[in-house]
Design a protein around this ligand. Sequence first.
Ligand SMILES: *Cc1c(COP(=O)(O)O)cnc(C)c1O
Length: 232
Amino acid sequence: MSQIKKNLAKVKENIINTAINSGRNPEEAVLIAVSKTKPVEDLMEAYELGMRDFGENKVQELCDKYEQLPKDIRFHMIGHLQKNKVKYLIGKVYLIHGVDSLALAETIQKESAKRNEHTDILLEVNVANEETKFGLRPEDTLEVARQIALLPNVHIKGLMTIAPYVENPEDNRQYFVALRELSIDIKKQNIDNVCMDILSMGMTGDYQVAVSEGATYVRVGTGIFGARNYEI
Ligand SMILES: *Cc1c(COP(=O)(O)O)cnc(C)c1O
């Protein structure tokens, strides 16, 4: 059996078991295969094994792969997005995970309207308050959501976080709980054009903890495709 096939089976099994053990419906925790830096052959292998959600963090790479791969793939933009690159993504990206400013959302609005498209986004929240990370401060998130909600072609579907790198995944449980609680608080406000159904949290090192705390998307790269080589 190929390594990707083995890895994928293991990750899927872990997600299902963790969901069941935490009283969740396993179908509500969707696996995104983070394929950044990996060749299209690897994505095709995962595709043939049933994967349809892929995560990329570079606009150019996402667009190149979009052109080469089957059109029923859902591409997730999970990286930090520069405003001047938004125009390339619209219509190709299924969900933009890392929106952390009104200005970026306004650019997504402008480019979506131009193409008569609607674009779904997640607000990225820096729940651990790490200085090195992008993302909204938890205390600013509701206000930014209210402002973005007014943009007619941009639709907030939930929240996303990138938890710190830790040795022990349990150390990140507090941040997954914090993201879930923030999403509940925002949902209670019943803002028009703001939906809080999605929680994108958990990576190779901590996706099981994230699933047990309510993740609806986990983003797993290394755990499926193996280590990344940034040299090539
Ligand atoms: C690269 C990346 C991942 C996947 O990381 P792994 O540790 O390889 O699973 C998940 N989320 C984001 C935002 C990433 O940039």
